[in-house]
Ligand binder design. Structure first.
Ligand code: ATP
Length: 351
């Protein structure tokens, strides 16, 4: 709760209000809660560490919430000191664990979460996750008038308002490493290698990994049809007198993913031997890259600064290497598009 001149205001939810105008006197955030939610991403630990240390540096207590919104509803909370976040910056996954919770989408579920907030005397919440996490955080902030700050932690890089999300760089490097290895065997046989890449509804990982790995084509939801992409891939391979092609397929570019694309190629080009590799959860694992650790550290510190600056319902983002605050509503509702020059580069470079 926001404390007025050291006094705790009555513990009532102020429905529909999400500004600080209700409180005209000076207030101070004394305790924050921090959680990770949705899919885990490498670098989340670095963000938890930064949030914790930046809060303690500013004499703010830290309550770590385990298992995302589920843990918030179930009261899975522990107070963190600086030692709790020692030796975690290099670790993948999240020490706070992550979870998806349908119950938090209901008013009853969020009421249970709010009970924990009251019991643990949490004044503000920092949520690390993707657009689902921010949607939940925004609803909760509105219903219970609690400041919520989002930190983008997802390998998909699909959030508007930030050039990068925590985990994206590491996942990109993991995918490129895998494709490099596949290429060694692909060139030994007359084959089309399909590699299925994660990304929810977005093609950032697929397209940029395709460029970095020198693939023949990238099949992404935002651009050309699957049939066009297949023709591009096979056509390019032939033109280059190659007997094999590597095509990266975004998991939701076509219903059924890369295996559905394989069936299609086998029908239209029976002369090709098609092999599909689904990278799956490999893409989420591993030690975070230096870039992700730095991004997470900067964003974690900026999230605490945002609270000190009386910001609420915002996402911390990075644009042109500057930290920015973006309204959660905008980050969630605006579609982030593939850069036209990136797509164009892919078309040029695969000739
Ligand atoms: P990723 O991009 O890695 O999948 P995410 O944050 O988008 O991460 P989701 O599973 O979509 O992952 O969302 C995480 C959690 O946020 C959900 O399990 C749910 O508890 C909460 N959430 C999502 N949408 C809503 C909503 N409309 N209302 C309330 N809570 C929500």
């Amino acid at each position: 709760m926001l404390r007025l001149n050291g006094m705790r205001p009555p513990l009532v939810a102020i429905k529909g209000s999400h500004t600080l105008t209700t409180y005209t006197m000076e207030y101070k955030i004394q305790t924050i809660g921090v959680l990770t939610s949705g899919g885990d991403a490498p670098g989340m630990n670095a963000a938890v560490r930064a949030v914790t240390r930046a809060a303690l540096y500013n004499n703010i207590r830290v309550k770590a919430v385990y298992r995302g919104y589920k843990g918030l509803m179930d009261g899975e909370v522990a107070e963190f000191t600086t030692q709790n976040v020692s030796g975690i910056i290099q670790r993948g996954g999240t020490i706070l664990k992550s979870a998806r919770s349908e119950e938090f989408k209901t008013p009853e579920g969020r009421k249970r979460a709010y009970d924990t907030i009251v019991r643990e005397q949490i004044d503000a919440l920092i949520v690390i996750g993707g657009d689902g996490t921010f949607t939940g955080g925004r609803v909760f902030a509105q219903e219970y008038n609690i400041p919520v700050i989002g930190i983008p932690g997802t390998i998909d890089n699909d959030l508007w308002g930030t050039d990068a999300t925590i985990g994206y760089d590491t996942a990109l490097n993991t995918i490129v490493d895998c494709v490099d290895k596949l290429r060694d065997t692909a060139t030994s046989h007359e084959r089309v290698f399909l590699v299925e890449v994660m990304g929810r509804d977005a093609g950032f990982l697929t397209l940029n990994a395709a460029i970095a790995a020198g693939a023949e084509a990238a099949v992404i939801p935002e651009r050309a049809t699957v049939a066009e992409q297949i023709e591009t891939a096979i056509g390019q391979g032939r033109r280059k007198s190659k007997n094999s092609s590597i095509v990266l397929v975004q998991e939701h570019a076509v219903e059924g993913g890369a295996l559905a694309v394989q069936q299609e190629i086998e029908k239209t080009h029976p002369e090709y031997n098609v092999r599909t590799t689904i990278l799956g959860h490999l893409q989420r694992g591993g030690r975070p890259s230096a870039k992700d650790r730095i991004l997470a550290s900067r964003m974690g510190c900026a999230a605490i600064q945002a609270l000190l600056d009386e910001q609420r319902s915002i996402m911390v983002g990075i644009q042109n290497d500057e930290i920015v605050y973006v309204p959660l509503t905008k980050a969630i509702r605006t579609k982030k598009d593939i850069k036209a020059d990136t797509w164009h580069a892919m078309q040029i470079l695969c000739i």
